[in-house]
Design a protein around this ligand. Structure first.
Ligand code: GLA
Length: 732
């Protein structure tokens, strides 16, 4: 009774409720996910529930039980956890917001207004002296992904407000006991790390000026033992390409009626955001998904949310050839034309000229910044070459590293003040960053790129970023990563405005910048500089937690991988590259006719299967023997699926028992066959399971397949592609 009286009182402090709507709560619902926000005894909005879809009766129950017991040696009132968790409500954990005026904190707020339309709500809060207004915007998109961002505005007449942190902190229930996030390094991105949630703070910070190869990427909390297909999970990703942090935290006293919290934020350096009267700061968008069906469930939400974006690539993903590992800096137009002709002959649809085409760029020590075609190597410019590429029926792509500059460049000599460099700042790959916070830098880059893209008729840009920014900023440098990051976004936006059909790939020494900030304005990510298929299996598996395969560049390299010197059979390299936006990074002008025939067969297999691979549901099996992986993509109507059964290491067991094929329509009857166009995997056995050795295919229902079929025992570094198509059931 007590609580509803208080809630009624709160209702009067804000407006925006529609007629017939319960003003005590804001309920955002999509699919089977609900986010319910209610108001605590101070009138502050806080998450009442984030998880399974709830109805009005559930909400009533949640409301009447929203105030926990008063603990010993604690506050004398039940604890609450609001969207702006600060000491105001006795919150002792990481604060949601840290603001100050002359080192005096602002941490008491009241709810000023609530705007709620369909699946979106804005909670407008003000501090008690009306110096700052905070708009916390929450919306549940069609994919049931919660998108959240906050805007802080200085509404005072004269004060300057320091913004030190604005975090989205979502409460989690007690049953979320474990978590998974990622680390990594160059050529080894997105290595999963998993742990039990303990009291304390698990804080992942990136001060690299980009998320980094070791970026946390997606933080997933879940119920004990959650896997790809099982467990309840809560996942969060920050769509931001600059400094950032993710937080998982549990205090002994919990978070209101909840247990722990999951947070994400831009990491702001001291003094980086100071708001004059009338100025605002907006956080990046956090993307959060809940699922009762394991990591694959969260993945499905992220993928459908991304695919619903108007800017999501809508055309078939062309088969790529990238010249980097084929020729490196050795740009010989005659040799490159022969490479292009070979590429076209096997079915390549986009030819990308990588690093080495511009003035002074003979190696990585010089030239960055001088975005003029090197007429020593390209006497007639790039246009005739691009024309030839188009004549061969391919798109033309070109590499740029717009944010970077070598000191050995005409640009650095004429504009030393443009470098993000002070005092003893250190080089990285012989380069510094340009200060994209400067309008003149942005104008120069837009003008140069626009000219080259127009003159050379460029369809696709590979936008690279090969160093952390931190070592190029000195401690007294006021130029900021935030200004740089926003500058990068605005340059990309302007180029896209001028060239609406242009596609852009985000690359940062491979996959050090694979976030949804940059990917909301680019069309794919180069997931890693490693084309070694053993490494790639893991990198792609985990990058796909967030990104659908059509956004992840994935190339077939030569037999010996350049980054690991490990040898891999063609079939395994080809199968691995199939499950992304496929391409080739190999000097195929030197290949034997047999190798080219293999590549041509693989190219047509990719073209045949990409309608499933790039639109279906990503599925990963949990229960396979160690060293093996089963992953695939199932069409949304369940009528077709493509799976890869791969072995990346030997196993301690001698045989492969039944392997359940998950994610299929249990009622459908599938024709299951091995697609061996890319070669036959080497086996570690005497004979295949009889269904395979007798007929090479089998017909089974989706439910029988989920119970499992014996699969061949493969040698390490081998894989097979299973292609499943639904067929009419007899009598149907
Ligand atoms: C980075 C990229 C590579 C390649 C080189 C060119 O390392 O990740 O793919 O483009 O730069 O210098």
């Amino acid at each position: 009774m007590m609580s509803s009286m208080k809630l009624h009182a709160v209702h009067k402090t804000h407006s925006g409720a529609h007629e017939g709507e319960d003003a005590r709560v804001v309920h955002l619902r999509a699919d089977d996910t609900s986010l319910v926000v209610s108001f605590d005894h101070l009138g502050l909005p806080g998450v009442l529930h984030w998880g399974a879809g709830v109805n009005d009766a559930d909400i009533e129950g949640l409301l009447t039980t929203s105030r926990p017991a008063v603990m010993n040696s604690s506050l004398d009132t039940p604890r609450a956890f609001s969207l702006l968790a600060t000491r105001q409500q006795g919150w002792s954990g990481t604060p949601s917001i840290v603001l100050g005026i002359d080192a005096r904190p602002i941490e008491t707020f009241r709810c000023h207004r609530v705007e709620h339309v369909a699946r979106s709500a804005v909670f407008v809060l003000r501090d008690h002296e009306d110096r700052v207004e905070v708009r916390s915007e929450l919306s549940m998109d069609t994919g049931a992904v919660l998108r959240a961002r906050t805007q802080v505005t200085n509404i005072s007449a004269t004060e300057v407000i320091d913004v030190s942190a604005v975090r989205l902190m979502l409460p989690l229930p007690h049953r979320a006991t474990e978590y998974l996030d990622f680390t990594g390094r160059w050529t080894g991105e997105r290595r999963p790390q998993r742990s039990l949630l303990h009291d304390g703070t698990w804080l992942r910070s990136s001060r690299r000026g980009r998320p980094g190869h070791d970026g946390s990427f997606v933080t997933i909390a879940g119920t004990p033992g959650f896997g790809f297909r099982t467990g309840e999970v809560w996942a969060s990703h920050l769509g931001w390409s600059g400094n950032q942090e993710s937080v998982l935290e549990r205090l002994p006293e919990g978070a209101g009626v909840h247990s722990s919290v999951l947070g994400s934020a831009e990491l702001l350096e001291p003094g980086e955001v100071r708001l004059e009267p009338g100025q605002s700061y907006s956080t990046p968008t956090s993307y959060c998904a809940w699922s009762p069906a394991g990591i694959d469930g969260a993945t499905e939400r992220f993928h459908s949310s991304l695919r619903a974006r108007p800017q999501h690539p809508g055309t078939v993903r062309p088969l790529v050839l990238n010249t980097w590992e084929a020729v490196y800096f050795d740009h010989d137009p005659v040799g490159l034309e022969s490479l292009a002709e070979t590429a076209a002959s096997i079915g390549v649809e986009r030819f990308v000229l990588d690093d080495g085409w511009f003035v002074g760029r003979k190696d990585d020590t010089a030239g960055l910044g001088d975005w003029f075609v090197d007429t020593e190597r390209w006497p007639d410019g790039l246009r005739p070459f691009s024309h030839r590429i188009h004549e061969l029926g391919m798109q033309f792509g070109l590499w740029f590293e717009p944010e970077m500059i070598n000191e050995d460049s005409d640009l650095a000599r004429s504009h030393p003040e443009w470098l993000l460099k002070e005092g003893d700042a250190m080089e990285w790959r012989h380069q510094f960053a340009l200060d994209f916070g400067r309008p003149d830098v942005r104008t120069y880059i837009i003008e140069r790129m626009d000219a080259i893209i127009g003159d050379a008729v460029v369809d696709f840009v590979k936008w690279d970023h090969n160093r952390d920014l931190h070592a190029s900023l000195s401690s007294d440098d006021r130029r900021s990563v935030r200004a740089h990051t926003l500058g990068v976004y605005s340059v990309i936006d302007e180029l896209k405005r001028r060239h609406p059909a242009l596609e852009i790939e985000t690359c940062a020494s491979g996959g050090a910048r694979a976030d949804l900030g940059i990917l909301s304005r680019t069309d794919r990510v180069w997931a890693s500089d490693s084309n070694d298929p053993i490494e790639r299996q893991g990198i792609q598996r985990w990058t796909q937690v967030l990104l659908p395969p059509e956004l992840i560049g994935s190339h077939v390299g030569p037999e010996i991988a350049h980054t690991t010197h490990r040898r891999a059979d063609f079939s395994f390299r080809a199968i691995t590259a199939l499950f992304g936006h496929a391409g080739i990074e190999w000097d195929i002008s030197q290949c034997s006719p047999d190798d080219l025939a293999d590549l041509a067969r693989w190219a047509s297999l990719y073209k045949e299967l990409r309608h499933v691979l790039h639109h279906g549901r990503t599925v990963r099996a949990d229960h396979v023997d160690d060293g093996a992986l089963l992953h695939g993509v199932v069409a949304h109507d369940g009528r077709e699926a493509v799976f890869a059964w791969v072995r990346v290491a030997t196993s301690s067991t001698a045989h492969t028992p039944r392997v359940g094929i998950p994610g299929l329509d249990p009622q459908a009857l599938y024709d299951v066959r091995v697609r061996s166009e890319v070669g036959v995997a080497r086996r570690h056995q005497v004979a295949d399971p009889t269904w395979l050795s007798d007929a090479g295919r089998i017909q089974l229902t989706g439910s029988a397949l989920s119970l499992g079929v014996p699969l061949p025992i493969l040698n390490p570094g081998q894989g097979i592609v299973l292609h499943l198509t639904a067929v009419p059931r007899s009598g149907a």
